[in-house]
Design a protein around this ligand. Structure first.
Ligand code: ZN
Length: 363
């Protein structure tokens, strides 16, 4: 199941260069931001998939200078080279006032549509190579896991990732492949995540959506998916059953904050078989990133959910991300310096398990 150490060491030269770039003390240390929404494809993952992926119906497809990965019946688009360019990542972090990134998988690289055994193998390979990558500069990066959410092995993989690899938590898609997040089969995962106090980044994936024109799958489909996913967790009773889950929604929670009144009204008029706590109360238990491309709307979010529930994010390295996250914070109307620091780093420090944030994982 484990990725061979020899394969991991193949990426040693890159890791060494990465470590050299990452060990210089950034000007932002102590005051810089913690970016909770960034993506990374570990350099060592591609060699592992090339060497061992075929046995699990996984293929690295290289053509015309582009790399795609086929996971069962699904093939990603061309992988963005910025996802694996570690020196460029650190340079960008230094330039934009980011002291630490929580690095999550590229959401297109989940194993939710693979058969059970292959999905478990892929998730383990991804998590081990991600941990290896971030171990090169543990003061700049905190790794986030992926798990085979459609599999009974999801909870076990999360325990392994957090306890053995020192990961802070896990990124999950807005669906569990063929199942939804409130499906009873996902319940052991939520229970494990709550017990571990793991951070759960819920992130939309346009890959399974009906194709929409004009990039609307990204502009509208993604926040729509997030809104529907969290509403299912509310009305399906998951958030009531697990009140201590540490969930962060990307893109400012999609349309949820703007439509919170509608959900609340629906709850009051119709009630629900599973939901016990009001949506307005539940949404104040969640956290949200700042990737809204509107300082005014971040202000709206703060006013709704509270200053302690908003976290700095960038969606690095994508074009729909925030290229100037500290500038966004500075432009939020009525934000005091104390509030800015809370969003920039203190809220994230509270949510990241101390062991994962402060010490490297065992080799
Ligand atoms: Zn993202």
């Amino acid at each position: 199941m484990s990725v061979s150490r020899r394969t991991l060491l193949t990426a040693g030269a890159t890791a060494a260069a990465f470590a050299a770039a990452g060990t210089s003390t950034p000007a932002t240390a102590q005051t810089g931001g913690i970016d909770v929404h960034a993506h990374c494809i570990p350099n060592a993952l591609i060699p592992v998939l090339k060497a061992h992926g075929a046995a699990h119906d996984i293929e690295v497809v290289e053509s015309a200078g582009e790399t795609r990965i086929r996971l069962g019946s699904l093939t990603t688009g061309p992988l963005d080279p910025r996802l694996s360019d570690l020196p460029a990542r650190i340079a960008t972090m230094n330039r934009t006032g980011i002291e630490r990134q929580l690095v999550s998988p590229f959401i297109g690289l989940t194993a939710y549509h693979l058969p059970d055994a292959a999905a478990r193998w892929y998730s383990r390979a991804h998590n081990e190579t991600m941990a290896q990558t971030t171990r090169s500069a543990p003061h700049r990066f905190t790794p986030m896991a992926t798990v085979p959410l459609q599999s009974a092995g999801a909870a076990d993989e999360l325990v392994y990732a957090v306890e053995q690899l020192g990961m802070a938590g896990v990124e999950v898609s807005t669906d569990a492949g063929p199942r939804d997040l409130d499906d009873v089969s996902v319940e052991p995962f939520w229970e494990a995540a709550e017990n571990l106090q793991a951070l759960i980044l819920i992130h939309p994936s346009a890959s399974a959506r009906v194709q929409l024109p004009y990039r609307l799958g990204n502009f509208v489909g993604n926040p729509s998916d997030t809104t529907l996913a969290i509403a299912r967790l509310m009305f399906g009773g998951v958030l009531d059953r697990h009140p201590h889950l540490r969930i962060c929604l990307v893109h400012g929670g999609g349309f949820l904050p703007y439509q919170a009144g509608r959900l609340e009204h629906g709850f009051r008029v119709y009630g629900g078989e599973h939901i016990k706590t009001s949506p307005l109360e539940l949404l104040r238990r969640l956290s949200y990133d700042t990737v809204l491309h509107s300082p005014g709307r971040v202000r709206t979010l703060i006013d709704l959910v509270g200053i302690d529930r908003v976290l700095l994010g960038t969606d690095y390295p994508f074009d729909m991300g925030d290229p100037d996250p500290q500038g966004t914070l500075a432009a939020i109307p009525g934000l005091r310096e104390r509030d800015r620091l809370q969003i920039a780093r203190k809220n994230a420090e509270r949510l990241i398990r101390p062991r994962a944030a402060s010490s490297p994982a065992p080799a």
